[in-house]
Design a protein. Structure first.
Length: 400
């Protein structure tokens, strides 16, 4: 079994990604696609959005539309239980209290990756054409797609060879002073890595999978979106659309909220420059809570217009990241700015780029990848409306 389209929705908590995910899945079903929406939100937002009960089993919402609430705790226990028992036993053998041992054994992000494993299970067991995934905030779990690369094929082959003789390793416990993994632990580890490897191929196929970032028109949400946007590019995923939710209507001009309205418009204009050429769609702030089939459909049609939500709206990403030979280059699109109108300052893991234009100064906050912690900014060049930032390792040669 396979799937035609996978759409990940992510964003800062509270931006409305769950209702936009629900609205998108609803419009897909209206267009005739057999659609499943998956959520790992422990608050069970899908039930609120659709105004019907969504269970931990696949639940029918209407023709062509099904929903599934993943219980991340249950999934994590199912997938990691055996491994957690073994890792905890190592800590216990060193005198760590059992309660603390299990806390230490819990893998960071395991509840998030449980959703990805559930996605793999659904793809290979069901016949859905489109799958919409309401991710945990900011899509942190996507980094675990690289566990197979970390393990490597050789490591997995060694594990497979070790599995049949795992029982013999018990004889070595007194020698090494640590509990030996049993066959079940090894087999479960192999299974997890192979399943992640299998789903990774689909998620990195830009014709199949897109990431859609949901934000609000405020500086906190937009800064978070910048960071998530760069992360998706680093992971090799394709962010094809940005949706700005809760946009204040122009009718609020000359009212108590007029100050918010002008700030919002400035931020929206900045976003057009920051994320160009990735398309940005807007959804107004409704006058009541966005829920129920009728309101969700209205929201979906406002976001997508006459477009099919399964369309790949953009390929390539506006920001480019290149790495090799002790050097990292980030290419950032900046339009209609001359070289002498840019000022760059690095603060921790962020780069502040101030643009001085006829409209006044605008500061862009560029989140930097973790690898730049051991690097310094060597060059900054503006070429054809694109800012090239070149970082080199601290012991590298000085920039010319």
């Amino acid at each position: 079994m396979s799937v035609d389209r996978i759409l990940f929705f992510t964003g800062k908590g509270g931006t409305g990604k769950s209702v936009i995910s629900a609205a998108t899945s609803l419009l897909l079903s209206e267009l005739g696609y057999d659609t499943l929406i998956i959520s790992s939100d422990p608050a069970h937002s899908l039930s609120d959005a659709f105004q019907t009960t969504v269970n931990r089993d696949i639940t029918r919402i209407r023709d062509n539309l099904y929903a599934l609430n993943v219980d991340p705790v249950k999934e994590a226990a199912e997938h990691y239980g055996v491994l957690m028992d073994y890792i905890a036993s190592i800590f216990r053998s060193r005198g760590v209290d059992e309660l603390i041992a299990y806390e230490l054994a819990a893998m960071p992000g395991m509840t998030g990756i449980a959703t990805i494993l559930k996605l793999d299970e659904v793809i290979h067991g069901q016949g859905f054409e489109c799958i919409v995934v309401d991710m945990v905030p900011s899509g942190e779990a996507l980094r675990f797609l690289y566990i197979p690369a970390l393990m490597g094929k050789i490591s997995r082959r060694i594990l497979k060879l070790a599995s049949p003789i795992a029982s013999m390793s018990k004889l070595l416990e007194p020698v090494v002073g640590l509990p030996a993994p049993d066959r079940e632990s090894i087999d479960k580890g192999i299974e997890l890595v192979e399943r992640i490897d299998r789903i990774k191929g689909l998620l990195l196929d830009h014709n199949v999978t897109s990431v859609r970032l949901v934000t609000n028109p405020d500086s906190f949400s937009i800064n978070n979106t910048r960071r998530t946007y760069i992360q998706t590019l680093l992971y090799g995923l394709n962010p094809d659309l940005i949706i700005v939710n809760k946009v204040l209507p122009d009718s609020l001009e000359n009212t108590y909220l007029s100050g918010w309205l002008s700030t919002q418009e400035r931020l929206l204009n900045d976003m057009e420059s920051i994320f160009h050429p990735v398309p940005i769609r807007r959804l107004r702030l409704f006058d009541r809570e966005l829920k129920g089939i009728d309101m969700l459909m209205e929201a979906a049609r406002e976001i997508y217009g006459e477009d099919d939500p399964s369309k790949v709206f953009y390929r390539g990403g506006g920001i480019e990241v290149r790495h090799g030979d002790g050097e990292l280059e980030i290419v950032y699109p900046i339009r209609h700015v001359d070289r002498d109108e840019i000022e760059i300052e690095r603060i921790g893991d962020e780069l502040l780029v101030t643009l001085y234009t006829d409209m006044g100064p605008t500061t862009l906050v560029i989140p930097l990848p973790a690898i730049t912690y051991k690097m310094r900014l060597a060059k900054a060049r503006l070429i054809n409306n694109r800012l090239h930032l070149i970082f080199i390792e601290e012991d590298g040669a000085d920039a010319g």
